[in-house]
Design a protein around this ligand. Structure first.
Ligand code: ZN
Length: 286
């Protein structure tokens, strides 16, 4: 009874969190403190990004600031206190943003690479829902050609087939790791660039050293080790200390039905976009 009373009281105070956590909470009062340790979205919360461990079921609990809207990129990076403008020195174009923690780690990595004669420029960083919607719908309607030069709207009338073709390299709005401020594209958007000469040197350096700075490559070659998801992207690197928490949060919170608000979104459920694409990443990034 004591447990139930505490739970009921907590529910009155924090009614939104109770529904999802009811089972855990009623089975153990200790879980209440961990589950309801909600922090506001501010710089202080960002500093405390360290992983919280749910001692009851030994599952990682995502950071409380990672709301569904954050995970789906429904915010403006420029106005978000956890984000910072990427300096000219590190960017291929102006106006790109990253999370402060991810950018600080990137700067350390770039400095170390420079000492080895390697230059890294970020060519794409945070893209919010609206920005990804522009890319996706451009490809969906044929206004923007696919990477193989095809016009998807003309060449692929079947919606699910068209979506799967676009999904070889582009995310549906709401499902991109670029929403998170933890992911960057470096130097070139073609795998072939990283397979010879200067590009190969850069890639080999990343494979050998990026993990020391917290970065991993989520889209490794598809095969036994990574069955589903986007094709290989040698240019896309992810700041794992934060991105792994966001992956956990996405797995727990997002459902295919939530992926909507753009042309072709009806295919998300049939494709299983959360399971296959959001979670279809290299084990190294988990
Ligand atoms: Zn990317």
């Amino acid at each position: 009874m004591k447990i139930i009373s505490y739970f009921t009281l907590s529910c009155v105070l924090l009614f939104t969190a109770c529904q999802a956590d009811q089972n855990t909470a009623t089975s153990s009062p200790i879980a209440l403190k961990t589950d309801f340790d909600v922090k506001p979205i501010n710089a202080e919360a960002t500093k405390q990004v360290s992983k919280k461990i749910d001692t009851i079921n030994n599952m990682e609990t995502p950071h409380a600031a990672f709301t569904p809207d954050y995970i789906m990129g429904k915010f403006t990076p420029k106005e978000h206190t956890d984000f910072v403008l990427i300096e000219k020195e590190h960017s291929a174009r102006a106006g790109m943003y990253l999370r402060k923690d991810a950018y600080a780690a990137f700067k350390k990595m770039a400095t170390a690479a420079k000492a080895a004669g390697i230059n890294f420029k970020i060519i794409s960083a945070t893209r919010n829902f609206a920005s990804q919607k522009g890319i996706w719908e451009g490809k969906w309607t044929g206004k923007r050609l696919l990477s193989d030069g095809q016009n998807a709207a003309k060449a692929i009338p079947d919606p699910a087939t068209r979506a799967l073709k676009i999904l070889e390299y582009s995310s549906m709005p709401g499902t991109s790791r670029h929403h998170w401020g933890t992911d960057i594209d470096i130097n070139n958007l073609n795998n072939s660039y990283f397979e010879k000469g200067k590009g190969l040197q850069e890639y080999n350096w990343l494979v050998a050293n990026a993990a020391s700075y917290g970065f991993c490559q989520p889209y490794t070659p598809k095969g036994e080790a990574r069955e589903h998801g986007y094709n290989e992207e040698k240019w896309h690197w992810s700041y794992k200390p934060v991105a792994s928490q966001l992956t956990t949060a996405a797995k727990q919170i997002l459902r295919d039905q939530d992926i909507k608000g753009f042309e072709g979104s009806d295919t998300a459920e049939e494709i299983g976009v959360i399971e296959k694409y959001v979670l279809g990443i290299s084990q190294d990034c988990l």
